[in-house]
Design a protein around this ligand. Structure first.
Ligand SMILES: [Zn+2]
Length: 140
């Protein structure tokens, strides 16, 4: 944890919390509250049903709601989107005084979506990204 610490070996850079763990760093830090709320809204928009971003989803990519609208394809998409959000928000930009914007995350998702469909243009992959791409086009 020391490489992420600002003032001490286990002090959060985004708030004053000491002795932080992975759950704090990735999920429960008050400094991340706003961006995870934005991520929730975006995932809800893409999926067309309410997606609540919580620690379980952030840490494991597991969408465990019993909502029947969430197909296996959407679950895979949520998994990838959360993985990229975690990477962009919590790892790459950890040393910034404030978290990055959702635009940075979405830019990263765009790149992965394009690359993934070129490298692996199977029906399963194309189907998974089509929900994201449709949403992206509707918001541009
Ligand atoms: Zn914190």
């Amino acid at each position: 944890m020391s490489k992420f610490g600002g003032r001490g070996p286990c002090t959060c850079r985004r708030c004053v919390e000491e002795n932080i763990n992975d759950i704090h760093m990735f999920s429960t830090c008050p400094g991340l509250e706003e961006i995870w709320r934005d991520v929730s809204e975006i995932l809800t928009g893409i999926n067309g049903c309410n997606i609540k971003v919580n620690s379980l989803l952030i840490l494991f990519g597991t969408e465990n709601s019993a909502n029947q609208q969430i197909t296996p394809s959407l679950k895979r998409l949520i998994f990838y989107l959360i993985l990229l959000a975690r990477r962009e928000i919590c790892i790459i930009n950890w040393t910034l005084p404030s978290p990055p914007t959702c635009q940075k995350w979405l830019y990263s998702v765009d790149r992965v979506a394009n690359m993934d469909q070129k490298v692996c243009p199977r029906k399963r992959t194309v189907e998974m990204w089509s929900n994201y791409i449709g949403w992206r086009q509707s918001t541009n």
